[in-house]
Design a protein around this ligand. Sequence first.
Ligand SMILES: [Zn+2]
Length: 287
Amino acid sequence: MMFAPITVQLYCDNYPVKVHLISTGAVAVKTKFRENRHQGIRAMLSFLFDKNFTDWMPVYVLIIEHREGIFIFDAGEITAVNDKDYFKSSGFIANWFDTTQFKFSITKEEELIEQLHHLNISKEKVAAIVLTHLHFDHTDGIRYFGDTKIIVNKDEWERPFGDLPKLYPAWFKPVQVDFDQQYDVFEKAYCLTESKDIILVETPGHTYHHSSVVIKTDETTLFFAADICYSQQQLNENKFPGNNTDNRVAQNTYNTVKKFAQKNKLVFIPSHDATARERLQQLFALY
Ligand SMILES: [Zn+2]
């Protein structure tokens, strides 16, 4: 296993909360896909012809054992992605793109369903899986959860960006939730728990209606950023990935997150940032 799982014991309002950060295998992308000075077609041309891949990065899934239930954020990757024909059903271009621009490494034991088993969490006990956005490295793992409630931002579902619906299981029909609340500096939010300590916030840029997750614990605030950036360093340096919908929107999201971080002790956890594990373990805050 390239990225070892980690469990941290915290409290929400004096109730114990267990936080597990697991990686469902590893991914590498073109270096100019991870970071690019340009956007749109110029960025695309530069990463398509880029010969260099990044180091292996995690594909994190966050599992929260909360008193209101077990919540899972993103479903991660599965071994089927190793199949050379995995993307064929999505058409020639998607097949070419996804087999040449990304590399995956995942074993059966790294899949979400296997790691849940290892954590002694039966899938019947899972209250919901929340998808931050609809990219396949965040959704593929749902195929083992046909009887589990799966939640997605209604706007992300209605206007996805770069999803591959052909990869969805036939039964997939997520519960679409309205982000119709304001939360702190975030204009669009959805409160997941009655106790109002787990909040989904819209953080657009990577997709039109990408979301991140705020978990307020007694010790600190966890921020599962998903794909707003590839790393905390990228956020700090104010640099952008090469595949955003619009960097002005992404910039606005960076600004909002930084504003939120200045007010809160924030442990920042992007989906593909290997250094997030250490920050979670030590509860190192962004500021
Ligand atoms: Zn991703």
